[in-house]
Design a protein around this ligand. Structure first.
Ligand SMILES: O=C(O)CCC(=O)C(=O)O
Ligand SMILES: [Fe+2]
Length: 523
């Protein structure tokens, strides 16, 4: 730009314009409304162009107000609200309307602008995508999967380079691999260009297991009909379907156990727990031999005797898409069971909480959430892709015995940062290559995700980061194959939260802060 031009443009800045109140919106020729008249707009553009070219002009005192406004404008534009509504809500709306192409365009914009949404938004988008595999195991809606791939990249989840097709993965079950394709897919094959399934990870071949499903089918789970009430278990909390948050079609009961409810094998009769990392899934690992097959059997017996509850949200597209197509038994575990569980995994878990996206974290590991959700999945049942949310420490009030959703004292709050999945059965009960926990990770190629499946092993615990943490993993409980059954406990690893920043999930994930009865959604 020539000198004259410069003079002309700076001259526009110099004489202070009388401040104008915005005029009411008027229809522009394109049909959109505008608060800015075209002369003002032209003038502003000229000023901004000049300042970009000669930024030193910005340093003066008289420019203070302008600098502040430009900062504000930049923030608003980064959030997308300068374009009508925020990018986040545009994405949410497009996904919930099944306008996947629109959603993808906005997601791509968010990706290129390196904007990171809150966990609540990520969880909502994943639910809205509903990119779950079909019941026969074939991949979900391709458009939804493309959105999911972009969501993963935006979430800044750890990027894993693709494993060469012929690379053998420790402890896997052979060349056939597909936790949700009924054994038809070979490792590394690109499923319709959107999902590359990796070889199924099995932490140990030939695990010694009790086949619980066989006992049930043969009517041999109990020698005599189980007593009612079931020994050492009692209901500690009951919520009517309509009072659940979000409202559900079914009531929910929490059953508390007393020490000794599950009789634990003595130390000299049990194998020493060992840790195996899940290959190419950053942060995920399995601890073998936390529980013996006999202990797993006792847990399933208690749940079968006391009874499973269904879980189905009452209404709303996002809520419906959250549904876990499994029955559950909510167990508030006793101290002796928790002590054994915690001491078995403690040597292997991170001693300090990972740092979350907004820089919080670092608190010391403190225990396991006593609130266990025991799931029973039968043929074709699954848990749709989701990112697990963080939970507080549930428990009973020390004096009143009242069930508390968050039982840790206000001056020593605990919040979870890791998911713990205890596999109560495995090989013999769950048809080959089905019923795995499957992680989805972005691949080297935009639009292609890698699916890494972990095969359930009786008595083992799968651990992985969750909540508002860099490295939280998108995963599904893949469908159980024909004639099979899967039993798994979901709970959480708790970390000190005081002084380590905001651990609580955003209200948008459905958990009221510090509430006593809220259940939360999104895992
Ligand atoms: O059943 C599984 O393998 C996964 C369960 C799960 O993701 C959860 O409970 O949050
Ligand atoms: Fe989960």
């Amino acid at each position: 730009m020539g000198k004259n031009n410069k003079r002309k443009r700076t001259a526009i800045v110099a004489p202070p314009q009388p401040s104008k109140l915005p005029t009411p919106p008027s229809e522009s020729p394109s049909g959109s409304t505008s608060l800015i008249d075209s002369e003002d707009l032209e003038c502003t553009v000229n000023v901004l162009e000049t300042l970009c070219e000669f930024p030193e002009e910005l340093s003066g005192k008289e420019m203070k107000d302008l600098r502040r406004r430009v900062h504000e404008l930049y923030r608003v534009m980064v959030e997308g609200s300068g374009l009508g509504t925020s990018l986040t809500s545009k994405i949410s709306t497009a996904l919930s309307d099944y306008r996947f192409t629109d959603a993808l365009i906005h997601l791509f914009e968010m990706y290129t602008r390196k904007l990171t949404p809150k966990l609540g938004a990520l969880q909502r988008w994943v639910r809205e995508c509903d990119a779950t595999s079909q019941e026969d195991g074939s991949p979900g809606d391709p458009e939804a999967l493309k959105c999911l791939d972009m969501i993963l990249r935006i979430a800044n989840m750890s990027h894993t380079p693709a494993v060469p097709v012929d690379q053998k993965v420790l402890g896997t079950s052979g060349t056939e691999s597909s936790c949700s394709k009924n054994g038809n897919v070979v490792d590394g094959i690109d499923m319709g260009g959107i999902i590359t399934r990796k070889q199924i990870f099995k932490a140990r071949e030939d695990n010694e297991e009790i086949q619980i499903w066989g006992l049930i089918k043969d009517g041999k789970l109990f020698d005599t009909p189980p007593p009612s009430p079931y020994p050492n278990f009692r209901p500690v909390h009951h919520l009517k379907a309509a009072d659940r948050k979000p409202p559900n079609l079914y009531d929910s009961t929490v059953h508390g156990s007393s020490p000794g409810a599950i009789s634990l094998a003595p130390v000299n009769e049990r194998k020493k727990p060992t840790k195996v990392d899940v290959p190419d899934v950053p942060g995920a690992f399995v601890v073998l031999d936390v529980f013996t097959p006999e202990e797993c059997l006792q847990i399933v017996k208690a749940a079968e005797a006391i009874g499973w509850e269904k879980d189905e949200a009452k209404s709303g597209s996002a809520i419906n898409k959250t549904s876990i197509l499994a029955k559950n038994f909510v167990w508030l575990s006793d101290s002796s069971f928790l002590d054994h569980f915690y001491s078995s995994i403690l040597p292997f878990v991170p001693a300090h909480a990972p740092i979350s996206v907004d820089g919080n974290g670092g608190g010391k590991v403190r225990g396991i959430n006593a609130r266990f959700r025991v799931y029973q999945y039968t043929e074709n049942q699954l848990y749709r892709p989701h990112i697990d949310g963080a939970w507080p420490a549930a428990g009973l009030h020390p004096e009143t015995g009242e069930y508390l959703h968050d039982s840790s004292p206000p001056d020593d709050p605990l919040w979870s940062r890791y998911t713990l999945l205890v596999y109560l059965n495995g090989e013999g009960d769950i048809p080959k290559d089905t019923g795995c926990t499957t992680f989805f990770l972005p691949s080297d190629k935009i639009g292609v995700m890698e699916a890494h499946s972990v095969r359930p092993i009786q008595g083992a615990v799968l651990c992985f980061p969750h909540g508002d943490t860099t490295g939280s993993l998108l995963h599904e409980g893949s469908a159980v194959g024909k004639g099979g059954i899967k039993y798994v406990i979901r709970t959480d690893l708790l970390y000190e939260a005081k002084g380590f920043g905001q651990y609580k999930p955003p209200a948008s994930v459905g958990v009221k802060q510090g509430g006593k009865e809220e259940e939360g959604i999104g895992g």
